[in-house]
Design a binder for this molecule. Structure first.
Ligand SMILES: Nc1ncnc2c1ncn2[C@@H]1O[C@H](COP(=O)(O)OP(=O)(O)OP(=O)(O)O)[C@@H](O)[C@H]1O
Ligand SMILES: [Mg+2]
Length: 140
């Protein structure tokens, strides 16, 4: 995909994320960036659903990580928004999550970008003032 794609509704976001999920492999890392309310959690919901999980995905902001193990690949869904230190992340078992052959999704990944492996896929979401929807771009 090149450039920014308009995802006009939450349903659009889910559809695009589900399509991406079909290509995900063990060990893949999805790094999500974007302002408050840009749609990162909804994108994550689409990824988890697209992996075949029937779980209800909720924002991991307060717990920092949620796990979903009932799909094609296990998912660890992180949110770095309230993460305070690198030590805290390591204590959560960050390295184990990366090594265990699942998919790792990280909201606010840019807060601790150096912790993301070089093969991470970076996706940015932005508010689109004109339409009220969101702009989605794969940035690396
Ligand atoms: N593609 C979209 N089009 C229109 N509205 C959207 C879209 N995606 C998400 N929203 C709306 O934006 C709000 C925030 O979405 P979401 O929780 O996914 O954002 P977030 O980036 O995870 O926020 P946070 O920074 O708090 O983690 C929700 O109310 C949702 O309905
Ligand atoms: Mg969120």
């Amino acid at each position: 995909m090149n450039g920014k794609q308009l995802v006009a509704t939450v349903e659009d976001t889910h559809r695009v994320a589900k399509a991406l999920a079909a290509d995900l492999q063990a060990g893949d890392v999805i790094a999500l960036t974007g302002a408050l309310g840009a749609g990162k959690t909804h994108f994550s919901k689409g990824l988890v659903a697209g992996l075949g999980s029937g779980s209800t995905v909720t924002s991991p902001t307060f717990g920092i990580v949620h796990e979903y193990s009932d799909g094609r690949l296990p998912v660890a869904h992180f949110d770095f928004y309230r993460l305070e230190s690198e030590e805290e992340l390591l204590e959560l078992g960050w390295d184990d999550y990366l090594d265990r052959g699942g998919v790792v999704i990280v909201e606010w990944a840019d807060r601790f970008a150096t912790f993301l492996p070089s093969h991470a896929q970076w996706w940015q979401l932005q508010h689109d003032e004109e339409s009220g929807g969101r702009l989605l771009e794969r940035v690396s």
